[in-house]
Write a protein that binds this ligand. Structure first.
Ligand code: SF4
Length: 95
């Protein structure tokens, strides 16, 4: 991740980010590969699986509903698009 992107992420930094492993482990660029292929994201997904901030991280990225790219809480951009589509479909069914 470029330093600009990392700063943008931190500008909106909620308190859970104090526990974020991605802020302390490895290269922040690893969470934002150019192509989010399984091979490119597997290493950071493993880190996300052990991150104490994983749940609030996922809640945060899903509730923003903005096109944030990269790996958040072990999910790729495509994973989140799929999750949000499922939520929308469930809400439409319930309405
Ligand atoms: S779950 Fe992953 S992306 Fe989210 S704060 Fe932790 S290490 Fe960072």
């Amino acid at each position: 991740m470029s330093s600009r992107r990392w700063k943008e992420k931190q500008v909106r930094e909620p308190s859970w980010m104090e526990q974020a492993l991605c802020a302390r482990v490895g290269d922040p660029d690893d969470w934002h590969p150019t192509l989010e292929t399984p091979q490119a994201v597997e290493q950071v997904r493993q880190i996300c699986r052990t991150c104490p901030a994983r749940i609030p991280c996922l809640e945060d990225v899903l509730t923003r509903r903005t096109p944030l790219t990269g790996v958040w809480a072990g999910t790729t951009t495509r994973d989140r698009e799929h999750l949000l589509a499922l939520v929308d479909a469930a809400q439409n069914t319930a309405a």
